[in-house]
Design a binder for this molecule. Structure first.
Ligand SMILES: Cc1cc2nc3c(=O)[nH]c(=O)nc-3n(C[C@H](O)[C@H](O)[C@H](O)COP(=O)(O)OP(=O)(O)OC[C@H]3O[C@@H](n4cnc5c(N)ncnc54)[C@H](O)[C@@H]3O)c2cc1C
Length: 385
């Protein structure tokens, strides 16, 4: 793992968290744990971290954070990973809707929602993608129309909505003006998942997990105070959310590469692997470290209150592709043994097979690789369309 050697304050933050974790050790969860167990354990764990003020440290103090930089947030993530902490359940709340509310929310929205995002008392899901609107998000068809009592009535369908089956709230986009240009007619809503008219249907992924869902909105009434910004602001707000997702969330995901590499190193040792295989491992480790350093160099740019820009697409693209390479290498090392994904013959209970299948979705979620390349070409490199 790269050690981030930073200024003395950052290093003392690292020490402080390490010492807190000695008294409050994280729960140790197997990677192939059931969704129910993950949710229950991770919710309690995030609450405990929040009680020590270790969640959202880069949020301003007035909203429950410590007012630190995103680099310091990265250090917290690193120390948590080092201690084997499970991923925090409210990841969409912490990295997406939380920062969006801090930037665009009303003071009532901030007061109402931010504290419970930190403690995971209210878990959030992201209702953006639809059956006909993934990469081309602005073409989404869900609608929200004002009724006589001043509520917005939402109709439509979302898909691939991770954690919708356990979330208390959904941040979503719906079309409020069908006459406007497609990017301009969208608005951003905060919707309680217990609302009458919402149906959630889990979908089974290639890995066997049931993390994501279809979500149907049938005549769902949402009060006007649950809109973020003004009608028609949805696209700009969504774009700033996606930039947070690509930069901050992707940084946290480097930790997944790290644990995959550690397991590969263990297998190489156990099987007394050849020099060639060890050299390939070294190459993957070097790539992973370089990408982490690149992501960090982007985070440093936001130190003085700046907001993530399109360079997060580089982190997301490169990380997801290298993560797949790492997991393909894991399966290759298992060789013929990779046919055993469970039972006593399976190495580490089929961990590599599960990770390999899980990693396929990483070049799709949060924007496909093709879309990231388009953003890098046009918005980072300034190439013509
Ligand atoms: C594990 C996982 C979790 C997810 N969680 C959520 C979630 O919680 N909430 C949510 O809202 N969404 C979620 N998604 C959805 C995700 O954002 C979409 O799958 C993604 O944006 C791609 O959209 P699509 O599946 O409709 O594919 P499409 O947009 O139909 O793309 C199909 C293919 O065409 C290519 N393509 C499309 N447009 C272009 C273009 N302009 N240039 C070049 N190539 C192009 C794509 O790269 C892709 O290969 C999740 C997806 C996954 C895999």
């Amino acid at each position: 793992m790269i050690s981030l050697s930073l200024n003395p304050e950052t290093e003392s933050l690292r020490k402080e968290l390490r010492s807190w974790l000695k008294d409050n050790p994280p729960p140790q969860l197997a990677e192939k744990v059931s969704l129910e167990e993950f949710i229950n354990v991770s919710r309690v764990w995030q609450g405990k971290l929040a009680s020590g003020n270790w969640v959202g440290v880069h949020w301003p103090e007035e909203f429950g954070g410590r007012g630190l930089s995103i680099v310091e947030e990265a250090v917290v993530q690193e120390v948590l990973a080092e201690a084997g902490s499970p991923q925090l359940i409210n990841i969409f709340g912490l990295t997406m809707v939380g920062p969006v509310l801090i930037k665009h929310g009303s003071s009532d929205q901030k007061k109402r929602f931010l504290p419970k995002i930190l403690t995971a008392e209210e878990v959030w899901c992201q209702g953006f993608s639809e059956p006909e609107a993934g990469s081309d998000l602005a073409s989404l068809k869900s609608t929200a129309v004002l009724n006589d009592s001043g509520d917005w009535i939402i109709e439509g369908q979302k898909v691939w909505t991770s954690f919708a089956q356990v979330a208390e709230w959904c941040f979503m986009l719906a079309r409020t003006d069908s006459a406007a240009a497609k990017h301009k007619g969208l608005s951003y809503f905060l919707v309680p998942m217990k609302s009458e008219g919402i149906t959630v249907r889990p979908l089974t992924q290639i890995s066997g997990d049931k993390e994501f869902n279809e979500v149907f909105f049938d005549n769902v009434a949402v009060p006007p105070e649950n809109m973020v910004g003004k009608p028609g602001d949805g696209w700009n707000i969504a774009i700033s959310t996606l930039m947070y997702e690509r930069v901050v969330l992707t940084f946290a995901r480097h930790l997944q590469s790290e644990s995959a590499l550690q397991d590969i190193a263990r297998l190489l040792e156990e099987r007394s692997a050849s020099e060639d295989l060890r050299a390939r491992y070294g190459m993957l480790k070097a790539k992973s470290m370089a990408l982490r350093a690149l992501a960090l160099s982007h985070l440093v740019q936001y130190k003085d209150g700046g907001h993530p820009g399109p360079e997060g697409s580089m982190d997301k693209l490169l990380w997801s592709e290298v993560f797949q390479e790492i997991n393909e290498f894991g399966l290759e090392l298992l060789g013929a043994d990779s046919v055993y994904s469970d039972g006593e013959c399976a190495w580490a209970d089929g961990l590599f097979q599960h990770r390999y299948l899980y990693s396929r979705g990483r070049t799709i979620a949060a924007g496909t690789s093709e879309i990231q390349r388009g953003i890098i070409a046009q918005r980072v490199l300034g190439l013509p369309r």
